[in-house]
Design a protein. Structure first.
Length: 104
């Protein structure tokens, strides 16, 4: 009868471990991977036109959040530019999208 509670505790402990706990590697390991994840989501939300914001740039914040942003297009001489760029925040430890927005 004592084995049952110990087994349950063992299962709960092991299932509570994330991928990063087991091998010490984040789910999103580098900027290229973060950009690939974000761009895929940008296209789902904003369509193919978001590709005009390439190159996308990724920075790791607080060792756990990848912030990926589009690049604002260069202004043409004498032509005002308006709008914003796509921005995503991705949890580096579990690959979940925290936020996706686009400036106006």
């Amino acid at each position: 009868m004592i084995l049952k509670p110990i087994s349950i505790l063992s299962i709960l402990f092991l299932t509570g471990l994330s991928k990063t706990d087991l091998n010490d590697k984040p789910c999103v390991a580098d900027a290229n991977q973060a950009i690939a994840i974000a761009e895929k989501e940008f296209i789902k939300v904003y369509g193919e036109k978001v590709k005009e914001e390439r190159p996308f740039v990724a920075n790791l914040v607080k060792d756990s959040i990848w912030v990926v942003k589009g690049t604002y297009p260069k202004a043409k001489p004498g032509v005002p530019t308006f709008g914003g760029v796509a921005r995503a925040e991705i949890n580096a430890n579990n690959c979940k999208i925290i936020k996706i927005i686009h400036g106006k």
